[in-house]
Each structure stands twice: as structure tokens, then as C-alpha cells.
Design a protein around this ligand. Structure first.
Ligand code: FAD
Length: 341
């Protein structure tokens, strides 16, 4: 059979990394990327890009750990290469602090990040309102740079990218053999997934180059994440809010919460505000589906619903989606050789 035609829909971190994994693992396929928005206009551009996993209650922990480990290993290799600055990937050390000792003193990802340990008494003195803390080194993505880098790598493989809004996956059946759905919160409308809901997040990006260590309040709501150019201050988690407009009261609240963790931020300059909708679900939808109309079939692989942790697990879920695409290609080959008999 001719090279199977694969359309990846979506150009956030999930669509770009999934397209790249498909090109790497299924070289016989012809991959096209379709999206109604590209960087810098995706949710992925708004993310802080820290590799600290979010927990998906509907996914076994060993699977989540595997996704995180694959992502960490992939980005760690980039951070150790000459590509690091163009790809916007760097190591960052810091502290996760708690007002009381958490139930789970050792998170499942403790042995994936580097140098995970309880904070010393001397370190905790910096946080008089907190009684317990963990120190570790992890990776951070400068998200727009990383998305550009992924896009550049994809273009170098020869894949085509088109600006197109897909109203119904079925509209792609006459042009493509397999469709990979990486539309993030867009899947709510595209495939009518009622289990998918937005969790609005507002963050500030400030100029405070003296802040070198990350600080994260244990509940994950307040955080200070230094990046290559700017420091991200967060945040909010507003379930089922679709508003993309920044809220000035929330901006003040985020700023005050972050200053109570790191007083020197009072001197931060040039505050920019960003809002994004996390594509949230009990579990990432990572599965095959066969759509069928009037005896005609379209193979679909879904990879969306990464909520608050898309950067932390993107490479792991992209590899699994590419494996599912490989299975679809094998089944197409099987049916075309049966048809010839
Ligand atoms: P998106 O980036 O939204 O991409 C979806 C793509 O699909 C877009 O290109 C869109 O245009 C396209 N699309 C949608 N519908 C259609 C359609 N019908 N037709 C064609 N194209 C379509 N994660 C972390 O791991 N670490 C963090 O520190 C972190 N911080 C965050 C901070 C904030 C404030 C927010 C909001 C999120 C944060 N996240 C973080 C989560 C992370 O941003 C998401 O999990 C991730 O960006 C989801 O990526 P995605 O590619 O699925 O979605």
C-alpha cells in the first residue's frame, strides 16, 4: 500500500511532540499537521513549563511515572546539549514548601527529578510560615521557545503544516487514513467530550533576574518559577471558567501571594499577565477509536486532556500515541493485503 496518510490536529506541545514521535517511529507514513492556532496563540504558550507532575486520578501511577520519566529523560538530554538555549530547556533548583507535613512525604516522581531531599532547618528559615519542605532540581521549558524548536524540527523532517479549523474529524476521512486528535480543550467541541472541562489559569510574567530558585507552595496554587528571560508567578485554578480575559483583582492577589513567599519580588518590574485554559479530565484520553459512516471507516488516535501537567508528560504520551498510530498502520496494511487476495 502507499504511504499511510496521517493528520495530526493541534499545534500545542501535545500535537507538535506527537507529530515528531510519529515521524520518528513510523517513517513510512506521510504526516501533516493541521491547526487553527499556532505558537504564540496556544494554551501551551501560557504554561509555566515546569516539570513537576500533576496527578491524574483516573490513570495508574506507574503509567504516569513512566510518562514523566520519558519526558524528563528526553528534556534532560536536550538541556545537556548545544540545543538547550534555542529549545528553551534548562535545569532549575528550588523548594516545595508546606504549612504542615503532607500525607505523602515522598511523591511518586521523587526519584525522577534530581537530588530530591527534605529541606534542612536552615533552608526552612527562609519560609517562617511553613513547617516542612522538599528541595530538588527539575527542568523548565521556556514554552514559546520550545514550541518553535519542535516546529522547526518537524519542518526539517519535511512534514506539511496548515492553518485549518477542523469542525468534525470525519471531514478528514477522504484525505487521510489516520487522524490524531491533539486539540486540548478544543476537543470539548470537536468530539463533544463532556468529561473534558477547562481549568482557567492566570499567571504573571515579571522581570526579576535576581530570583534564581523556584518556590512552590505545596498545594501548587502559589508558585514562583524563574525562567531564562522572565519569572512566572502563579496562579489560579478556576474550574469550568472559559474566560480568557485577565482579571486585575486576581493579578494583585497572585502578586501578593508570591511576595509573601519571596519578599524581594516587590521590586519586580514589567508585569505581563497571561491566561490559559487547562484541558482537564480525570485521565488523559490516549486511545484508538474507529469512526464509521455508511461502511467507510476512519482510524482515530486521541491524545488530549493533559490538564495542569501537559509539559511534564508530553513526550511520554506522544510516544504512546505514536505506538497506537503504528498499530493503526499495521491494521491498514493487514486489510489492504487481505483485499488483494
Ligand atoms: P493546546 O496548547 O491548547 O493546543 C491545542 C491545539 O489544538 C492548538 O493549536 C489549537 O489551536 C488546536 N485546536 C483545537 N481545536 C481545534 C480544531 N477544532 N481544529 C484545529 N485545531 C484545533 N503544564 C506543565 O506540565 N507544567 C506547568 O508548569 C504548567 N503550567 C501551566 C500554567 C498555566 C497558567 C496553564 C493554563 C497551564 C499550565 N500547564 C502546565 C498545562 C499545560 O499548559 C497543558 O497541559 C498543555 O499546554 C496542553 O497542551 P495541548 O497541546 O493539549 O493543548
Amino acid at each position: 500500500m502507499a504511504a499511510p496518510k496521517v493528520a495530526v490536529v493541534g499545534a500545542g506541545v501535545i500535537g507538535l511532540s506527537t507529530a515528531l514521535c510519529i515521524v520518528e517511529t513510523c517513517p513510512s507514513s506521510s504526516v501533516t499537521l493541521l491547526s487553527d492556532q499556532f505558537s504564540p496563540s496556544t494554551t501551551s504558550d501560557v504554561a509555566a513549563g515546569m516539570l513537576i507532575p500533576h496527578t491524574y486520578p483516573g490513570t495508574p501511577i506507574h503509567v504516569q511515572k513512566q510518562w514523566f520519566k520519558e519526558t524528563f529523560t528526553y528534556l534532560f538530554a536536550i538541556s545537556n546539549s548545544a540545543e538547550a538555549s534555542e529549545a528553551g530547556i534548562h535545569l532549575v533548583s528550588g523548594w516545595q514548601v508546606f504549612k504542615s507535613t503532607p500525607k505523602e512525604e515522598l511523591p511518586f516522581w521523587a526519584d525522577v527529578v534530581l537530588g530530591f531531599r527534605p529541606m534542612s532547618k536552615a533552608e526552612l528559615q527562609k519560609f517562617p510560615q511553613h513547617r516542612f519542605g522538599q528541595a530538588f532540581t527539575t527542568l523548565k521549558c521556556d514554552c514559546p521557545s520550545y514550541l518553535l524548536w519542535l516546529g522547526k524540527r518537524l519542518k526539517a523532517t519535511g512534514i506539511q503544516m496548515y492553518n485549518r479549523k477542523v469542525a468534525d474529524l470525519w471531514e478528514l476521512h477522504s484525505e487521510y487514513d489516520i487522524v490524531v486528535n491533539c486539540t486540548g480543550i478544543g476537543a470539548h467541541q470537536l468530539v463533544g467530550d463532556k468529561k473534558l472541562f477547562p481549568v482557567r489559569g492566570q499567571v504573571l510574567q515579571v522581570h526579576a533576574p535576581w530570583v534564581k530558585n523556584f518556590i512552590r507552595d505545596g498545594d501548587g496554587l502559589t508558585y514562583i518559577y524563574p525562567g531564562i528571560h522572565r519569572v512566572t508567578l502563579g496562579g489560579t485554578r478556576e474550574e469550568k471558567s472559559w474566560s480568557l480575559s485577565p482579571d486585575p483583582g486576581t493579578t494583585r492577589d497572585i502578586f501578593d501571594r508570591c511576595c509573601s513567599l519571596e519578599a524581594s519580588l516587590q521590586e519586580a518590574q514589567d508585569i505581563k499577565v497571561k491566561v490559559g485554559l487547562r484541558p482537564s479530565r480525570q485521565c488523559v484520553r490516549l486511545q484508538k477509536e474507529v469512526l464509521s459512516q455508511g461502511g467507510v471507516k476512519l482510524l482515530v488516535v486521541h491524545n488530549y486532556g493533559h490538564g495542569a501537567g501537559g509539559f511534564s508528560v508530553h513526550r511520554g504520551t506522544a510516544k504512546e500515541a505514536a505506538r497506537l498510530v503504528g498499530e493503526c498502520i499495521a491494521s491498514l496494511r493487514g486489510s489492504s493485503s487481505r483485499a488483494k487476495l
